[in-house]
Ligand binder design. Structure first.
Ligand code: 6PG
Length: 241
């Protein structure tokens, strides 16, 4: 676990780690973004120097770990947030931006289409060990222990075959249907980077790190899995001077 002094330091540390992960691949690379408010500052930072110049925009492909089933210009859209804070401000080619579709009939259809898109990008029908889909997957932690749109007690937690699933009912606000990547898909990465910030997260983060039966505690990665948290969110024992 890496403890950053505050939310700003957390964003900088995340940007640095992303650069390291992205430099490991020589050809194209793939980033899976997360939603919520925690990564907003990171996304803005990536659009400014020195990160803007350090990233090879035409080589990086952008995906989402989950989204709310709302139009892309809705303020609740995870895609919309990343577009406003990052992608609209940098020379990312439109063909490299792979949003979860939300203008289709329902979440099942959206999940099916996004799974097809991911398979096409990956170039195989099954995720293979040693050949990760993503270079880095960003993830967040909800107050109920959810991550992506994998909520406590929901059946999507146990999905082992499908890459993407529809979530008809969210477990937490905003209460709109969701589309989410499943644990095995999120795990197909060089690194998962969990970003956790603020005092309201300390309690749930303490439980997750203690191995409580909560979704975020069940996330795993084929590569590394790093918790990047700020001091306010870090459990007491990590704050000892
Ligand atoms: C979503 C997210 C979700 C998020 C956590 C933390 O669509 O809601 O992807 O998993 O990462 O809820 O959100 P905050 O950063 O807003 O606390």
């Amino acid at each position: 676990m890496i403890v950053a002094a505050d939310a700003e330091a957390l964003a900088r540390a995340a940007a640095e780690r992303m650069l390291v992960c992205l430099r490991q691949s020589s050809g194209r690379s793939a980033v899976c973004l997360t939603g919520g408010s925690t990564p907003e500052h990171l996304y803005e930072l990536l659009a400014t120097e020195p990160y803007r110049d350090a990233l090879t925009w035409n080589r990086i492909h952008w995906f989402w770990g989950d989204d709310r089933f709302v139009p892309h210009n809705d303020p609740r859209s995870n895609f919309g947030m990343a577009r406003r804070r990052l992608l609209d401000r940098v020379p990312a080619p439109a063909g490299n931006i792979h949003a979860i579709p939300t203008s289709v009939e329902n979440v099942e259809e959206a999940a099916r289409l996004y799974e097809t898109e991911l398979r096409r990008f990956y170039g195989a029908e099954r995720l293979l060990p040693g050949r990760p889909l993503f270079d880095v997957v960003l993830m967040g932690l909800g107050l109920d222990g959810h991550t992506a749109s994998l909520f406590p007690g929901h059946p999507e937690l146990d999905e082992k075959t499908r890459w993407v699933v529809g979530v008809p009912e969210a477990g937490l606000e905003p209460f709109v249907p969701r589309v989410t990547l499943t644990f095995p898909t999120l795990a197909s990465t060089r690194e998962i980077l969990f970003l956790v910030s603020g005092p309201c997260k300390r309690e749930i983060l303490t439980q997750v790190l203690a191995g409580a039966d909560l979704p975020a505690a069940h996330a795993y990665s084929e590569g590394g899995l790093v918790w990047l948290v700020d001091r306010q969110a870090a459990p007491e024992r990590y704050n000892a001077a």
